[in-house]
Design a protein around this ligand. Sequence first.
Ligand SMILES: Nc1ncnc2c1ncn2[C@@H]1O[C@H](COP(=O)(O)OP(=O)(O)OP(=O)(O)O)[C@@H](O)[C@H]1O
Ligand SMILES: [Mg+2]
Length: 400
Amino acid sequence: MQDFHIIQALCRASLSNPSQAVIRQVERLRDALAKEGNKAEAKKLSSLLSSVDKTCDMAPSRIQRSKVLFSGEKLTAKTPVPVDKETSTPLAEILFPEELPNESPLLNHNVEAAIQSILSEWQHFDKLAKIEAQPARSCLIYGLPGTGKTHLALWLAKHMQMPVVLARLDGLMSSFLGTTSRNIGNLFSFSSKYRCILMLDEFDAIAKLRNDPQEVGEVKRVVNTLLQNLDARKDFGFTIGITNHETLLDPAIWRRFDVQIEIPTPSPEVLYKLIENFMAPLKFTEEEIKFLSWCIEGGSGADVKSLVQWLKKSRVLNKGDAPDLVALLQRFSVLNAGRIDPNKKNLLAHGDEDLITTLLSDKRYNFKKKEIALLMGITQSALSKKLAKHKDAGSEAAYA
Ligand SMILES: Nc1ncnc2c1ncn2[C@@H]1O[C@H](COP(=O)(O)OP(=O)(O)OP(=O)(O)O)[C@@H](O)[C@H]1O
Ligand SMILES: [Mg+2]
C-alpha cells in the first residue's frame, strides 16, 4: 500500500500518548486494512497497538488514585534540594512527571507483564487495603548495561504521576565516609518529607557488600545507614534502586526491596520492535529488519539504538547511492567492535559465502535466498553462483 509508512508513523506518534479514542481509530484502520487484504500493514498496526494496550489501562482517574498512597508535602520547582555541606553539591535532582519519558520501554513479554502487575497493585490499592495488604513500595531493577533500566524506572514514575527525586552520586559520595552517611540520611529525610518517588540509580556504588575485604569499617557504616533508611521508608512513597552489578549488592540490601526485576537483553521479537521503533521516520523492509536483528542479537536496547541511528545517518548521507545493507553492517561492525558478536563480525568481514550459508542455515530466522540477495544488492542467480562456487571450493578442500 502506497505511503503506508506515513500512516504508520502517524499512528505511532498518536499512540505515544494514547487515549481510548486514538486506540479505537487505529484499531478501525487495522481492521479495514485486513479486510481489504493488506495483511502486512494490518500486522504492523497490530504490533503498534500491542505495545500500548496495557499502558492505556492506566486511565488518568486511576493514576490520580495512586496519589493517595503518597503522603507529604508537594514538591515544586522552588523546593530547595539538600546539598553536601562540604562541597555544596546537590544530593539529588528533581524530575517532574512532564519531564519523564512517555514512550514505554519495549521489553520481553514476561517482564512487561510483571511490570504491569506493579502498576496494577497501585491502581487497585483500595482492594488490597481490604485485605490489609499494600502495593509494592520498592523495586530493584537490575540487568546488563543499556537494557533500558533507567528508562523503565522513569517511565514507571511517569505512570505513578509523582515527581522523581533522583539521587546524585557525585553529591552523595564524599571522600569522608562519615559525610556520605550523613548525606544518605539527609536524602532519605527529604524524600520522606515530600510526595515523591526516590530513585537510586547506579545503586551498587553505595550499597556494596559489607564484607568486601577491600573495604573497611566505614563502608559497613554507610551500608548500615542505607539499611536503616530503607527500613524507615518502607511505608513512604515508592523507592527504585537500579544497578548493573547486582552481585555487588549486600544481601541485606537486596532483601529490602519488595520486588526485584531483572531486565534481560531483548528477545528476537523485541529486537524487531526496537529496530522498527528507533528507525522512524525512515523505513526498513522486513528482510532488512530481520537481518539487523540477526546481526545485533545478544546486544542491549542501547546497542540497537546506536546501530539504527548509525544506519539512519548513512541512509541520509548516501541518498540514492547507498551501499547494500550487508556492506553497511560490515562498516558498522568495524566502527562498533564491542557491539557485534565476534563470530558475526568475522562472518561480515570475511567472504559473502560463509555469511550466506550461515544465514540460510539459521532456523530461527528462516532467511530465504531471495531475501539475502536483496540484502546484498545482487540477483538471486548471482547468489546461487556464489554458493555453487563455495560448495566446489569446500569439496576441493575436503579432497586436498
Ligand atoms: N528495552 C528498551 N526499550 C526502549 N528503549 C530502550 C530499551 N533499552 C534501551 N533503550 C534505549 O537505550 C538507551 C539507554 O537506555 P538506559 O539508559 O535506560 O539503559 P540502562 O539499562 O539504564 O543502562 P546503564 O546500565 O548503562 O545505566 C536509552 O535511550 C533507551 O531509551
Ligand atoms: Mg541506567
